[in-house]
Design a protein around this ligand. Sequence first.
Ligand code: ZN
Length: 425
Amino acid sequence: MALPYLELVLGFMILMYIFETYLDMRQHRALKLPRLPRPLEGLVSQDKFERSRAYSLDKSNFHFVHEAITILMDTAILYYGLLPWFWMKSEEFVTRVGLNPENEIIHTLSFLAGVMIWSQITDLPFSLYSTFVIEARHGFNKQTILLFIRDMIKGIFLSIILGPPIVAAIIYIVQIGGPYLAIYLWGFMFVLAIVMMTLYPVLIAPLFNKFTPLPDGELRQKIENLAASLMFPLKKLFVVDGSTRSSHSNAYMYGFFKNKRIVLYDTLIQQCTNEEEIVAVIAHELGHWKLNHTLYSFVAVQILTFLQFGGYALVRNSKDLYQSFGFDTQPVIIGLIIFQHTIIPLQHLVGFGMNLVSRAFEFQADAFAKKLGYSTSLRAALVKLQEENLSAMNTDPWYSAYHYSHPPLVERLSALEDSDSKKED
Ligand code: ZN
């Protein structure tokens, strides 16, 4: 007898929803606490705390509504067989415009175009509300509706240009795949990732933001000295105009081998009054590089991608799987979508594991900056960024263990202090 795949997938989706909503409720309760966690008393002002609390609670309420609607829509789409219906409709569309519906690539592109239109429409009210109501209410949104629409159109254009060749290549690979299918698919995705990592900063990111070299001065000198002392091959040092969209702040680095770039958000520079604090944030980022964190994460993602394709290659010819989702044929894209759904529980488990590792990496990068003598400035910077971003001050331990890629501020500060006291002993 065939396994009831569809029912199992729906069951898991609903169980995950219940579990994650329970975590959300725990976090919501933590966010409601009227007082700062003890270690932050005196570090964070009462005014900032009140504002971060209001912001977090607003986002939390919105999240409950968004998640509830998403689970209702997703289960309805699967349960009522909207996927096969939509697949059939897209075949009709291909025929009507005079193209060959027997061509799986054309049929798939028509199907995906429909999916994209659907998801743009259903996402729109949520992203509008989040940007122009929640972010605006708490003073973060710097975006005009015009800029918002322009970003959206640019994003759609990008997927129209990049999507079809990638989809066509994947379908072609599956069609010729044979016993080494997983290796071919992984190889393709690997090359694609390298190409995107090369092109993204040069071609795509500049479509949305302006990158200008950090002007000469004390800050630039300090960052260059730090990079040189660690033998970090810093090729370019940019400031990005994050402030045109939002007053959230950040810093990151990218680039291969001997060709590294650091990008500072202009908001970060505005918010850190003391240059040492910005340098401390960079020292933390350089810690990720020195300790090979970026490489480890990249390798982990590659292994996971390979395993996923391996799993897909195993089940892609299972008639039962397709039939249980309402398909008599076995189109490649449908196989991939169904497979994605069947491994949801595993994906959540892996996500939890990745967060665990990521938090360990954050502690290590903090310790690295501390070893370079930035403990005090890094602590100050972390508190300031937490304040300026109005990040949640009180967090539920279960929620943060499951969702957070970065440790809660209280934990990071205390780890930075711990290593202080060890040194004094
Ligand atoms: Zn980090």
